[in-house]
Design a protein around this ligand. Sequence first.
Ligand code: NAP
Length: 297
Amino acid sequence: MTERLEGKPVAEAIDHATRAAIASRKMGEAPPTLVSVHRDVESPFRFYLRRQEKAAARLGIRFLPQSISAADGPAALLRTVAELNRDPGVHAVLLEHPLPAPYDFLEAVSGLRPEKDVDGVGPLNLGRLVSQRPVHVPPVAQAAVDLALHYQLPIEGEPVAVVGRSETVGLPLALLLLSRAAGRNATVTIAHSRTRDLKSALKQCRTIFSCAGRPGLLNRGLVPEGCAIVDVGLSSVPDPGRPGGSRAVGDADPVSLDGWASALTPVPGGVGPVTVAELMASTVRAWELLRRSGAGE
Ligand code: NAP
């Protein structure tokens, strides 16, 4: 029997702490404010944007989507980042990524104040993660770890794998799992598209975090029997029977893994809701940091 690891109870526990922090707000003080900067075109980020908006409304966070016109281009993005840095009423900023050329995401996020970089993907925040003193950690990486800790998956001192090595998902997740914090201290294998023999790389692993964005990649032919799987992957596949003609899937094939894996996070309903809760928690942390330093309203 494969245990289904729902994200909802984990997200609810994080939201509970977020609400308590917001309740400390003094009379007349500005609420935590998150600005989500996105392009004015249809992209997968739109879906995430709607979830951010709903969660913010539920928790009492002011949410301000800000669109960048494709006609204005990369210079407008850099100007927007500079303005948001200066604005004391803005505590947290999220930049859409990935961004197509001619946008330079790294250049834009490098210009963002680290306290406001709630996605934790700017060079300073990633560097601080390496030195084990992060200000903000990418919410999706934190979500995968918190979900695994909540369900007490084998992590501490255990062989675990992260499939995927992007700077925004796989790599920070691997660093978090490797860190010396209680419950982590994992022995981490990082696999990627050039890994010659993925099955051998995963052979010893008791918990596998998949962040490849490749539907069906993880199946019973690939992963060891009894492993736990945290499925971070999120892809859209055609499904004429669904409204919109498509549905969201992860990297794991739940049918093949049923009765083979010990536990699996569903997609949707696993890492996704926890990621949004983590983003809101980071927004409140940014608000507290800026309040303490006197730089926020
Ligand atoms: P990405 O930049 O495309 O990176 C994918 C990573 O997977 C790369 O490191 C790639 O290797 C590796 N990979 C691709 N195919 C592989 C294969 N067949 N075998 C082994 N490794 C393979 O994507 P990302 O931005 O990191 O996002 C990863 C996934 O997480 C996506 O599905 C994304 O939608 C999802 N995501 C989910 C959430 C959530 O809230 N649930 C949030 C953010 C992202 P190379 O480095 O060699 O190319």
